[in-house]
Design a protein around this ligand. Structure first.
Ligand SMILES: [Mg+2]
Length: 224
């Protein structure tokens, strides 16, 4: 039986919902310090992210109220990373995990290991996959495109790479490292990378718009 491996952020749930959830936690932390309602602070951070990205959001909210300091920026980052997020799977991801409940399922995700672990817990994925591989646990050099944890999955399942299908959204790193080893790859066209063009080395074997397109037939065709 083929092995199905999923990326996490923007493949199984919208990553922006994590960002917003984190901003709300930071707003609750800052509210008494700035004497501003948490809802006002959260709305400001969410609007700024939409307009300019997330890079300076904590700096700017503190500046706006005349309270910028390195220490407070670091405290905001801590509140963000340590918060317990409230997240939901994309509806098609929910259906997909249910459809393949009898198959060997895995997650492979990069990023801060404790943050990623909290996302897995918030989405209740622990009981729905055989293991969520947080590449960060194996060292930063094991982040995608490094194939290390994919090789661990092959060993654990006693299958060849051709029997392992990876579904991800980030065409910059999700497929380029594992394709040469024979892993099968599926790109889901959503999130920040949906419109990026990929050269032959980075492109996935197939592209889909929804995980509903992932059927047993689709996989049999791909893994044959
Ligand atoms: Mg992703």
């Amino acid at each position: 039986m083929p092995v199905l491996v999923f990326d996490l952020d923007d493949t199984l749930y919208p990553e922006l919902s994590y960002v917003h959830s984190g901003f709300r936690a930071v707003a609750v932390f800052l509210s008494p310090l700035l004497s501003v309602p948490a809802e006002t602070l959260a709305a400001g951070m969410i609007a700024e992210e939409a307009a300019q990205g997330r890079g300076q959001v904590f700096d700017n909210v503190l500046r706006r109220y005349g309270r910028w300091s390195k220490t407070l920026v670091a405290a905001c980052l801590r509140a963000y990373r340590q918060h317990k997020p409230e997240l939901s799977l994309y509806p098609d991801a929910e259906r997909c995990l249910t459809r393949f409940v009898a198959w060997p399922l895995y997650i492979v995700t990069d990023g801060h290991k404790e943050v990623q672990a909290r996302k897995v817990a918030a989405l209740n994925l622990g009981g729905r996959v055989r293991h969520a591989y947080l590449t960060n646990r194996y060292g930063r050099h094991r982040a995608k495109p490094d194939p290390h944890v994919f090789e661990l999955i092959c060993r654990r399942e006693r299958v060849a790479p051709g029997q392992v299908i990876y579904v991800g959204d980030n065409v910059r790193k999700d497929f380029v490292g594992i394709k040469p080893l024979g892993f099968k790859t599926v790109r889901i066209l959503r999130g920040n990378y949906a419109h990026l063009e990929a050269d032959a080395a980075h492109a996935a074997d197939r592209s889909i718009h929804s995980l509903d397109e992932l059927t047993a037939e689709f996989i049999a065709d791909l893994a044959s």
